[in-house]
Design a binder for this molecule. Structure first.
Ligand SMILES: Nc1ncnc2c1ncn2[C@@H]1O[C@H](COP(=O)(O)OP(=O)(O)OP(=O)(O)O)[C@@H](O)[C@H]1O
Length: 397
């Protein structure tokens, strides 16, 4: 057995593609961020008061996914921290990972040197300890909350409200909040008081175009790939594919990395256009798998009802999906949801691109939807089976 492992490892070692694959992973912050000079300048200008030990305005940063919001924020803050280490304390929290008000406050307190039990205290108590600590704290505190849409969707915007108001409880103003989101619609739904205090300053990150993505990829491939393993045409192709989506640098870098992995796996020392196309399919499959596996239970059940219904029909109506759904819910012994809710779920699945639901007019029978799958049936089944034991048990009956 260990022979097999040795031989696999030795073929991997022969890889000629990557100088350092890690430099293509999303958490690596490069030393230069092309095409983000305006956003860097604006953020530095907004934060400049910290150099005089004054509290900067709160900042709201928004733009679509992969437009460099996190990279720019971390880049600016770590550089300022290096230059002015004694002027401010910088706390970065991704609120998708730490997604409860309790966890966020506990992280903030811990960054200020106060240990907090994992659970057990009320958030009001944590706030009280935070205020007490701040009143004796020497420097400005900059709290960056990334992906705040995730937090607001689950827990509302109360914690944002309280964090942006905390200076009122202090003898001197010293907390600034930088909120980052890729959900522009969420901003509209915030409490107007949160919107105005968080949005004292705003920075918008537009999507990158194909030429800009090309520059980003060129810069990164110089440090992450060996010389001569990729041509300009292939870089152009990665950039063009990512620009077609919505100018997402993460996607462009993922395409480059996965293309390189495919070439390396096959022992080649050149990344080809065909590798990029294969990488695109692999990444799309991963995205679909991920989206499906994180759907709520009833959405999965509706989706699997569609898959089963399509075994005998080329398209389905909402009523037909609902009939199958009711049978499956009965088989699993779970309480079913209403047809109206199932219809909403069908719209949501359409919006994330897993199914297509076309409204057709059937004359005097009124309007109905024609539902079909927009992704491979196998990936839907695999993702649901592996992410939900209850629904998965339908296959073993
Ligand atoms: N101008 C740039 N130059 C070099 N790399 C960049 C640039 N912009 C983004 N990137 C890279 O693209 C990836 C995604 O960027 P980042 O995480 O900052 O996006 P984001 O806007 O915060 O996305 P999300 O909203 O999904 O979190 C990271 O690997 C980052 O290093």
């Amino acid at each position: 057995m260990s022979d097999i492992i040795d031989s696999i490892l030795s073929t991997l070692k022969k890889g000629r593609i990557f100088r350092s694959r890690d430099l293509l992973l999303p958490d690596y912050i490069p030393e230069a961020l092309p095409h983000r000079e305006d956003q860097i300048r604006k953020l530095v200008e907004i934060l400049a008061p910290i150099t005089r030990s004054e509290k900067p305005s709160n900042v709201f940063i928004y733009g679509l996914t992969g437009t460099g919001k996190t990279a720019v924020t971390r880049f600016v803050l770590s550089n300022l921290q290096r230059k002015f280490p004694s002027k401010f304390t910088f706390i970065y929290i991704n609120t998708r990972q730490n997604d409860t008000p309790y966890r966020i406050l506990a992280d903030v307190l811990e960054a200020l040197g106060i240990r907090v039990p994992f659970t057990g205290l009320s958030t009001a108590e944590l706030f009280k300890r935070f205020v007490k600590r701040l009143n004796t704290f020497q420097t400005i505190v900059l709290i960056t909350l990334d992906e705040i849409d995730a937090l607001v969707k689950k827990h509302g915007d109360d914690i944002l409200y309280r964090l942006t108001r905390i200076n009122y409880d202090l003898s001197t103003s010293k907390v600034s909040v930088i909120g980052i989101t890729n959900d522009v619609k969420m901003v509209e739904n915030l409490d107007p008081r949160v919107k105005s205090s968080l949005g004292e300053e705003e920075i918008i990150f537009p999507p990158y175009n194909a030429e800009q993505l090309e520059d980003i990829l060129k810069q990164r491939s110089k440090i992450a790939l060996n010389e001569g393993v990729i041509s300009e045409e292939v870089i152009k192709l990665c950039a063009a594919l990512a620009a077609r989506d919505h100018g997402d640098a993460r996607r462009a870098l993922d395409l480059l990395r996965v293309s390189g992995e495919i070439a390396e796996r096959e022992g080649r020392d050149l990344i080809t256009a065909d590798d990029v196309n294969r990488a695109r399919i692999e990444l799309e499959r991963d995205r679909v798998y991920e989206v499906i596996s994180t759907l709520p239970f009833h959405s999965k059940l509706v989706l699997i009802s569609i898959v089963l219904g399509l075994n005998s029909n080329s398209t389905l109506t909402t009523g037909e999906v609902y009939d199958i759904y009711i049978k499956l819910a009965g088989k699993l012994g779970v309480e079913s949801i209403t047809q109206r809710r199932v219809s909403d779920i069908i719209n949501e699945l359409d919006m994330v691109g897993i199914i297509t639901a076309r409204v057709v007019n059937r004359g005097r029978y009124g309007k109905t939807k024609e539902i079909s799958l927009a992704v491979s049936k196998d990936i839907v089944i695999k993702s649901i089976k592996e992410s939900d034991e209850r629904i998965g048990s339908l296959w073993s009956r």
